[in-house]
Write a protein that binds this ligand. Structure first.
Ligand SMILES: Cc1cc2nc3c(=O)[nH]c(=O)nc-3n(C[C@H](O)[C@H](O)[C@H](O)COP(=O)(O)OP(=O)(O)OC[C@H]3O[C@@H](n4cnc5c(N)ncnc54)[C@H](O)[C@@H]3O)c2cc1C
Ligand SMILES: NC(=O)c1ccc[n+]([C@@H]2O[C@H](COP(=O)([O-])OP(=O)(O)OC[C@H]3O[C@@H](n4cnc5c(N)ncnc54)[C@H](OP(=O)(O)O)[C@@H]3O)[C@@H](O)[C@H]2O)c1
Length: 550
């Protein structure tokens, strides 16, 4: 907004706590890293493509970055662009209610128990899906007398050294946690009721290249763990001094992720090949024997159906002597431990739940739209969201990569950025063309959903796995984009305003044409223009057929 708008106010509310220093206050910029502090929490997407597409970081210490370093990247970004003045932390949005007469949302927020009111012409919901962690529904869970932890609410002071730990889950969080916990705990009991693919690392080909080069230079000894690579000082210097080299490197990485898309097409050669390769790799890493583990962990559905989970050290940790695997349902929790559905009591000191989140299709606050309709009601039996960014009956309301957005096929940040660009184009139109209400129509969503549902029949996401892409229902509707990451970016490049109903603030829709002159002419008259005034008055006079803008 700082680049593209004049005469605007921007307030970003975030419920997370306020720290004392500006650095700590910048925590709003890496939320999943701020809230998830479990042992081993890291990004499985290569660090150089887990950045804003326009803001590279030559100084990433390693191929995959840990939570602290990712958080620092976002803190530095906020500082460099002086974003904190726009942010109000420790402030939870309670409700946003559309006022049709005024064409605004009345917004109620709460901070330190105090409720206050704000309002806006354009409301943007950036609360994500995976923000509301939940305890598993297990009888007696809170009767446990040891320490009860959740991956998304981890107490950093917890020391698991020498303890008997129960770890529940086989999702990404549990897969990252186990290798760390197994090394320090006296015993880990891993409750694994579901199968999952453990994939090679994302960006594995580039990672392998780095490791080969390091080996050739005699630097391999420092390269631990297995699926990690530490950048040398020379590499970081080169990235700093040669932005084109860094750009080529980032494009190679992003390209290697994008080029895997065929794996998500059911029955494709790439999908079949990936399944064979991952099965062989998992069997190899589990090692000889452990046939029960192989049978109970390796899925029959194709890889990618659930989010791909590279698990460095996970399979190796599972077969250590101090790990017991329980491929059964949990029957109940008692004060001393967990009883499985075979009636066996597993006594433990700590229960670590890596059991996931309440999937937040409906915003975590009350939203009311046209004629007072509530979004929670409108999203029953299912949410109807246009291109993942807006909702009928809720004018001027936008979401960043919401329901049916790009969550499965590529890296996250470009998709988020493209949604933001789309929203800013709409906001600019609302601001400059005297628009009171920009409301998406129902029909485009009906058509979009028909297309997506039919497209998904050919995707591996549609196979028989349980995943949050299908709201954890095997056979459920898919709530992710039907296509590749690039396809999503292209589709959202320009808003199709013909899919919207528009109401103006004035009875004549052209009232915004005003006094018949453009801003730049007016500024030239009042000597408010600095620099080459003639060039600014005549941007269409050019030396080649390049885009111009008044
Ligand atoms: C442990 C973990 C690891 C992950 N790792 C990866 C990864 O490696 N690669 C990847 O692509 N994706 C990963 N993801 C998925 C990840 O959630 C997204 O990629 C990314 O964080 C989504 O960003 P977001 O801004 O949409 O939502 P979030 O990061 O969840 O941010 C939502 C923000 O909204 C705020 N908020 C919520 N409710 C309110 C309210 N009522 N009022 C005010 N503020 C509110 C929250 O405090 C939070 O700051 C991971 C998720 C988890 C949980
Ligand atoms: N990329 C990363 O680095 C990274 C790291 C962490 C998280 N994430 C993201 O965050 C999302 C959430 O990951 P997550 O691992 O926290 O959660 P998750 O994928 O939802 O996994 C939760 C796990 O807990 C199990 N579980 C839930 N309730 C249970 C119960 N009552 N008894 C036994 N097991 C139970 C589930 O089994 P069932 O499957 O049988 O229900 C599942 O194995 C992921 O999809 C991923 O996108 C990413």
């Amino acid at each position: 907004m700082k680049q593209k708008f004049t005469n605007y106010e921007l307030v970003c509310y975030d419920k997370n706590l306020v720290g004392e220093t500006p650095r700590i206050r910048a925590q709003a910029y890496a939320p999943s890293r701020f809230e998830n502090r479990y042992p081993g929490c890291a990004c499985d997407v290569p660090a150089h493509v887990y950045t804003y597409s326009f803001e590279p970081n030559p100084d990433w210490s390693s191929f995959y970055a840990n939570a602290a370093e990712i958080r620092k990247y976002f803190e530095d970004f906020a500082e460099r662009h002086d974003l904190m003045p726009f942010v109000k932390l420790n402030t939870r949005v309670i409700s946003a209610v559309w006022d049709e007469k005024k064409g605004i949302y009345n917004v109620e927020v709460e901070s330190n128990g105090q409720r206050t009111n704000d309002w806006c012409h354009v409301f943007v919901n950036g609360t994500g899906f995976l923000n509301d962690w939940k305890w598993p529904t297990i009888e007696g869970l809170h009767s446990f007398e040891g320490e009860l932890l959740h991956s998304a609410n981890w107490d950093a002071k917890t020391d698991l050294t020498g303890k008997k730990v129960a770890l529940i889950g086989t999702g990404s969080s549990a897969i990252q946690m186990l290798p760390r916990i197994q090394k320090v705990a006296s015993h880990v009991t891993s409750f694994m009721r579901s199968v999952t693919w453990i994939s090679p690392p994302i960006g594995a080909n580039v990672l392998e290249e780095e490791k080969e080069n390091a080996k050739a230079c005699g630097k391999a000894a420092s390269q631990t763990p297995q699926a990690q690579y530490t950048y040398t000082e020379e590499q970081k210097k080169r990235f700093r001094e040669d932005p084109q080299a860094l750009l080529r490197y980032r494009r190679t990485l992003e390209g290697s992720v994008a080029s895997l898309f065929d794996m998500f097409i059911a029955g494709s050669e790439t999908s079949k090949g990936a399944q064979q390769l991952m099965k062989a790799e998992m069997e190899n890493r589990i090692g000889p024997g452990h046939e029960d583990l192989k049978a109970r962990l390796i899925p029959s559905w194709p890889p990618g159906c659930r989010r791909i989970t590279p698990g460095d050290g996970y399979l190796e940790a599972l077969v250590q002597d101090n790990v017991t695997r329980v491929h059964a349902e949990i029957s109940k929790v008692v004060p001393t431990g967990i009883i499985d559905d075979q009636g066996i009591l597993h006594e433990v000191d700590v229960i670590a739940c890596a059991t996931g989140f309440n999937l937040a299709f409906t915003p975590p606050f009350n939203v009311c739209g046209v004629n007072g309709v509530s979004m929670a009601d409108e999203f029953q039996p299912e949410p109807r969201v246009y291109l993942s960014v807006t909702v009928p009956k809720f004018p001027n309301y936008f979401i960043i990569n919401g329901v049916r957005g790009q969550w499965a096929a590529g890296t996250a940040l470009p998709a988020h950025e493209q949604c933001v660009e789309y929203i800013l184009k709409c906001a600019k139109k609302i601001q400059t063309e005297g628009i009171k209400s920009l409301e998406v129509k129902e029909e485009p969503i009906t058509h979009l959903y028909e297309h997506m549902d039919s497209w998904h029949r050919r995707s591996v996401w549609n196979a028989d796995c349980k995943s949050w892409y299908k709201n954890n229902e095997v056979g459920g509707k898919l709530w992710i984009w039907g296509g590749s990451a690039l396809h999503f970016l292209k589709t959202l490049q320009e808003p199709r305003y013909e899919h919207y109903d528009v109401q103006y603030r004035t009875s004549n829709m052209f009232a915004y044409l005003g006094n018949g002159q453009t801003g730049v002419e007016y500024q030239a008259k009042t000597a408010a223009l600095a620099g080459d005034v003639h060039a600014q008055l005549t941007p269409y006079i050019r030396i080649a057929d390049t885009p111009w803008h008044i």
